[in-house]
Design a binder for this molecule. Structure first.
Ligand SMILES: O=P(O)(O)OC[C@H]1O[C@H](O)[C@H](O)[C@@H](O)[C@@H]1O
Length: 550
């Protein structure tokens, strides 16, 4: 079965896509192709001309969008409908950056007021830290803030903080700890002073094993340094939707910043989960980040499909996934600050659209969310680009490049940019057998050698990519970039008719993890799991027992 057979225009789209000329021919036929298939919005420019498409493809995409009810379904999100129906929740992360339909506010919901109040509270907290007003248990000013969180309560804040290093205010140092591996927290604490360190427990549920355990160990570290229970208020705040659990841990309600069930974890960097970002870059820059995302929201809501950046990214992706069997998509930020972006989009996309069940509970019979991966350029060129150029799989790529650098250094940025542009060109053009032969002949090789070597130097080309440009990485352009990927994921989920906003697959791992833990920590617990897991547990227990003995 090819494509998305539920839609009447599927067959026309499938046959159209499979009969398109190759990319080189498309470029040869239209000298203006690069311009025609480029657009700018919210401080970003997308060149999508190196994709397998023509204006007829866009018209077919439009038909498919009508058949999928795309417009209404997007509207449903912005208007606060319970589109996360398996959890009975609205999806309103866009409200955190002021993009919400009037109906959401006028229907009596307090969404907008709560968002504004939380932003004001964040601003007061940032100011209190910056001014040295917040003191630790021995009366010294707070110098370091460690955000303890994982998944959506970590990846977004971490990548934004890293990417916006040129905007750091240097009033307080911001750190992140996510992994349950003791190396993460121990490594961090080794360099910090308990008297001047404040922890943010960032957990929507306040029930995530890693975050709670790391927070408990941080609390023990403070106690070991002489802090007593009442001192904890000076060293711990939480961002959570579960205040009673935070209180049970020892963080008073006064020290809890709110989260809401209408914000999914992987969409939460715009909320108080972004507090460490605000501490690093200052509140004005944090608001500029929200502003950039808002600009992308407005573009997404209003631009027609043919000029709509998230929709075009989504639909070209669907063409490769559902009509050509692509199972992965690579993100190639040519910017050292954006090096963690692929990891961020990995959670955003794979946790949202890694699903096998349609909204009506029927089984999905086509591919859904791809594997998202990637690394910063040019590093990746010396690692995995070989497979992009000559491997057997179709892997669409997004190249991302700021046109200027915050770190002007000789010819570095021109070299970075030239590599970025040359890679997408090489993927598209490839190298023919004739060309490979000519090059070898020009190097003086004989016919027999040329015949042996030339096929190894052939690059099929015709490999698609998008190029995303911005003038520079700034709070506003980064906000727009992240919102762009959020909306791409939403649109793909709508075409696949799945719920992009739950994550039941993650839950299973958590439950089984606890079942194994109880057997690891109790030598007398029955080993009643499968024989492989039993043997692994037995090995762990045996070494732990040996270590205990001596
Ligand atoms: O913020 P928390 O409730 O601690 O959740 C942290 C993370 O937990 C799970 O792994 C979910 O799959 C993520 O979406 C979530 O972001």
């Amino acid at each position: 079965m090819t494509g998305l057979t539920r839609y009447p225009s599927n067959d026309a789209l499938a046959s159209h896509l499979h009969n398109l000329p190759d990319l080189k021919s498309l470029f040869a036929a239209d000298p203006k192709r690069g311009e025609t298939f480029s657009l700018s919005a919210a401080g970003l420019t997308l060149d999508y001309s190196k994709n397998h498409l023509t204006s007829e493809t866009l018209a077919l995409f439009e038909k498919l969008a009508e058949e999928a009810g795309l417009g209404d379904k997007i509207q449903a999100m912005f208007s606060g409908a319970l589109i996360n129906h398996t959890e009975g929740r609205a999806v309103l992360h866009t409200a955190l950056r002021g993009s919400v339909d009037d109906s959401v506010i006028s229907e009596g919901s307090q969404v907008a007021q709560e968002v504004a109040a939380t932003l004001a509270r964040m601003a007061r907290f940032v100011e209190a830290i910056y001014s040295g007003q917040l003191l630790g248990f021995t009366g010294k000013a707070i110098t370091d803030v460690v955000s303890i969180g994982i998944g959506g309560s970590f990846l977004g804040p971490k990548i934004v903080t890293e990417a916006l290093k040129p905007f750091w205010q240097h009033k307080v140092k911001v750190h992140y700890v996510a992994n349950i591996d003791g190396a993460a927290l121990s490594g961090k604490l080794a360099d910090l002073d308990p008297q001047t360190t404040l922890f943010i427990t960032a957990s929507k549920s306040f029930g995530t094993q890693e975050t709670l355990t790391n927070s408990e160990s941080a609390r023990d570290w403070l106690k070991a340094a002489g802090a007593d229970f009442s001192d904890l208020a000076k060293h711990f705040v939480a961002v959570t939707a579960n205040v009673p659990k935070a209180e049970a841990f020892g963080i008073s309600a006064d020290n809890c910043f709110p989260m809401w069930d209408w914000v999914g974890g992987r969409y939460s960097l715009w909320s108080a989960i972004g507090l460490p970002i605000a501490l690093a870059i200052g509140m004005d820059n944090f608001k500029a980040l929200l502003g950039g995302a808002n600009a992308m929201d407005q573009h997404f809501k209003t631009a027609p499909l043919k000029q709509n950046m998230p929709m075009l990214l989504a639909l070209t992706g669907i063409a490769y996934i559902n009509y050509f069997g692509a199972t992965s998509h690579v993100l190639l930020p040519y910017d050292h600050g954006l090096r963690a972006l692929p990891g961020y989009v990995q959670q955003l996309d794979m946790e949202s659209n890694g699903k096998s069940c349609h909204n009506d509970a029927s089984a999905i019979e086509h591919l859904t969310g791809p594997v998202i991966w990637g690394a910063e350029g040019t590093n990746g060129q010396h690692a995995f680009h070989q497979l992009l150029h000559q491997g057997k799989q179709l892997i669409p790529a997004d190249f991302i490049l700021p046109l200027t650098s915050h770190y002007p250094l000789g010819r570095h940025h021109a070299m970075l940019a030239s590599n970025c542009f040359a890679q997408s060109q090489a993927l598209m053009e490839g190298k023919s057998l004739d060309k490979a032969k000519q090059e070898l002949a020009a190097n003086g090789l004989g016919e027999a050698e040329i015949a042996k070597l030339a096929p190894h130097k052939v690059m099929p080309g015709n490999r698609p990519s998008n190029t995303l440009l911005m003038d520079s990485v700034s709070p506003a352009t980064l906000g727009a970039l992240i919102a762009l990927y959020e909306h791409k994921v939403l649109v793909q989920g709508i075409f696949w008719d799945l719920n992009s906003f739950d994550q039941w697959g993650v839950e299973l791992g958590k439950v089984l993890g606890n079942e194994v833990l109880s057997r690891l920590e109790d030598d007398s617990a029955l080993l009643d799991l499968d024989s492989s897991t039993n043997a692994l547990i037995a090995r762990f227990r045996a070494l732990a027992a040996k270590r205990r003995e001596g």
